[in-house]
Write a protein that binds this ligand. Structure first.
Ligand SMILES: C[S@@+](CC[C@H](N)C(=O)[O-])C[C@H]1O[C@@H](n2cnc3c(N)ncnc32)[C@H](O)[C@@H]1O
Length: 655
């Protein structure tokens, strides 16, 4: 004992750097985001049925909109890191008033969508078999702790730059990551701008309730503002039945009220004034009490515990079929309370497009982004339906007039836009989902998937394996990313297999240099399997595109489009795999088609949706026959057919 005491007093003092003044979370490989390359975006689709996108509104609700973009909703397909950088580089810095994000939860799950053919079960005969196409992975949510935090840290830093002076951000998460993300947000937004941790108890989350421990039935919405001043409109929810019973008395004119004791310090004058206003109730004993009318009671002020909004159930999910879809009521509350008419709302983990859909209904501008083709298609269909309805019914959004709002017409604002454009911040030319491609590639090449690693997809023998997205050949940029990742994992000594479709010449040179330095047995040698040229694997990328028989004719100044047949070899192959049907034959081609869109003056680049046929119910079919007035002069008619797996087929004809 004596010995150790003596030793302690002789110990040298170590220096510890002063704390930065706020707690900060650390993780392996934490690196700030200093510069992000801003890629250009490719405009791929326009939906503008009322030819409204270019127009300025009289109240000039577009004054904050950068010139380079059409005035309408913006839907981006790509990784949000790149999309947010693109927005920052193109005029949106400080222009977004409200951000809501619902990122993957670090739940360790693959989110799948059950894909089915259209039609009432049993009416579409596929050689007597059922007609489900099995599950399609929408996105993967498998992370190592550190990777997840780095991923979110980078997105949050970019989002802060986009947020306006009076703006707010809501991060939807749950018990799995809420407490880490709170600290990360404290660092990025400043802990003094933390406004609330909203607890949303969705009433249908009984799935979380376990008998062995406490059930988990709430989600957390972490809410920060950009500044001291921020947009906020208080709202009230209706009183419950129990409370309403207190309004048990009625005036002769029928108005219900409850009565309360008058404070002993109330002056005579005040009582006289209340009397004159008919606000005094005289009891049978002759005592005065004050009246509170039900019609003047606003309701219960909404605070940070929300228990009155239901989660999505499987029936409402049918609307989009997208896993993890959030209820529109939840987004309605966030958007109504924390933004104003004409503001810009952004969601860069858009999923089925709930945020965009609600923003559209509430007359806000919106920007959405998702990495998954299925999410973009689901959102696009959803917004097309909403806008078509707004045009058809001249429907006014349900919203009371807010103070300081300049609105034309009556008391509710016009929709902020009646159209949107779709952009790609990456060229996805191979029409298969990346996630699915990764799965297929892993199976084909023998890569063992690893759960819990956000960078590497798995292991290939003793090597770490990564599948480069099939939308581009391997480039030095991919290799630099890999190098960065390896730098952040100094103890990693395994070699690497990269799988790509093709490879840029510059990448080969980069690799040669890298491997040359590792000749003496140094770790992390990189081998590339190039699917396009590798004779062993070349069969993998054989992808039979869908085909269709479509007649496009001009007669009596009208154009007639008739789809006579549609075949998707991928769907057939899938049916064979899933249902073990040999040579599946589908009697009605329409069961394979999700929607049809037509552009009457296609320029070869941007698809203008002039006509869209999106059946609302899964049991309904597209019509297949369309007729519309012919535009003047020569034009190119383009017909886009999207099948139930999300593959797109584009057919054009000049007439
Ligand atoms: C929980 S879901 C969002 C659901 C959405 N709130 C709704 O109501 O449908 C998360 C979404 O984030 C998308 N996502 C994941 N990583 C992404 C990334 N790096 N860039 C863009 N989107 C991403 C996924 O594809 C998925 O659609």
């Amino acid at each position: 004992m004596k010995h150790s005491m003596a030793k302690k007093s002789n110990e040298a003092r170590v220096k510890i750097s002063p704390a930065k003044g706020r707690p900060m979370l650390n993780w392996v490989g934490k690196r700030p985001l200093k510069v992000v390359p801003a890629l250009p975006a490719q405009h791929v689709e326009t939906f503008d049925p009322s030819r409204d996108l270019g127009k300025k509104k009289p109240s000039d609700i577009w004054q904050n909109w950068p010139d380079g973009y059409p005035k309408g909703g913006l839907l981006f397909h790509g990784d949000n890191k790149e999309v947010l950088a693109h927005l920052l580089a193109n005029g949106f810095r400080g222009k977004v008033n409200l951000i809501y994000i619902d990122p993957p939860f670090d739940s360790g799950a693959d989110y799948v969508r059950k894909v089915e053919l259209r039609g009432v079960k049993g009416t579409v005969k596929i050689e007597g078999e059922a007609y489900t196409l099995g599950e399609q992975i929408q996105y993967t949510d498998i992370w190592a702790n550190d990777n997840y935090l780095q991923f979110m840290y980078e997105r949050l830093m970019l989002l802060k730059e986009l947020l306006s002076e009076n703006g707010s951000i809501f991060l939807h998460c749950d018990y799995r990551k809420a407490h880490y993300l709170k600290v990360v947000m404290d660092e990025v937004f400043g802990s003094s701008f933390f406004r609330a941790n909203i607890v949303w108890r969705s009433m249908t989350s009984s799935g979380f309730k376990g008998k062995k421990s406490l059930g988990k039935s709430h989600a957390d919405l972490l809410y920060y503002s950009q500044n001291e001043r921020f947009t906020y409109t208080p709202m009230w929810s209706p009183y419950d039945e129990e409370y309403l019973k207190r309004f048990d008395k009625k005036d002769p004119d029928g108005r219900r009220f409850k009565d309360e004791k008058i404070g002993s310090a109330t002056s005579k004058e005040t009582i006289e004034k209340l009397k004159a206003e008919n606000k005094i109730y005289v009891t049978s004993k002759g005592t005065y009490r004050i009246k509170h009318y039900l019609e003047e009671a606003p309701g219960i002020l909404i605070d940070d515990v929300w228990i009155d909004i239901r989660g999505e159930n499987s029936q409402s999910l049918d609307l989009t079929g997208y896993p993890t879809q959030k209820p529109t009521d939840l987004l309605t509350r966030v958007i109504e309370m924390f933004s104003n008419y004409g503001d810009t709302v952004l969601d860069c983990f858009l999923g089925s497009g709930t945020t965009a859909a609600v923003a559209q209904k509430l007359s806000r501008h919106w920007i959405g982004c998702d990495i998954n083709t299925g999410a973009i298609q689901t959102t696009s269909k959803r917004l097309q339906t909403i806008i078509a309805e707004q045009i058809k019914e001249g429907k006014k959004p349900k919203q009371k007039k807010l103070e300081g709002m300049e609105i034309d017409g009556e008391n509710s604002p016009e929709p902020a836009q009646l159209g949107f454009t779709v952009w790609r911040v990456n060229d996805y030319d191979l029409q298969i989902q990346h996630n699915e491609a990764v799965n297929l590639a892993c199976e084909y090449i023998g890569v063992e998937r690893t759960r819990g690693d956000a960078f590497f997809d798995g292991t290939h023998g003793k090597k770490l394996a990564k599948i480069i997205p099939f939308n581009h050949p391997l480039t030095p940029l991919d290799l630099e990313e890999l190098k960065k990742e390896l730098d952040a994992r100094p103890d990693e000594d395994r070699d690497i297999t990269l799988v790509s479709l093709g490879m840029e010449l510059a990448a080969q040179k980069w690799l040669d240099d890298w491997n040359r330095h590792r000749k003496g047995g140094a770790p992390n040698r990189i081998e590339v399997i190039e699917l396009r040229t590798d004779p062993k694997y070349a069969g993998f990328i054989k992808h039979d595109p869908a085909t269709a028989k479509v007649s496009i004719k001009l007669s009596n100044d009208r154009i007639k489009v008739e789809i006579k047949d549609f075949i998707s070899p991928t769907i057939i192959k899938r049916l064979e795999m899933e249902q073990h049907v040999f040579k599946a034959k589908i009697k009605d081609w329409r069961s394979m088609v999700d929607c049809v869109m037509i552009d009457t003056a296609y320029d070869g680049k941007i698809f203008n949706v002039v006509l869209s046929d999106v059946p609302e119910k899964k049991t309904d079919f597209v019509s297949g026959g369309y007729s519309f007035p012919a535009p003047n002069g020569k034009t190119t008619i383009a017909v886009k057919i999207i099948d139930m797996l999300g593959e797109e087929l584009l057919l054009t004809k000049e007439i």
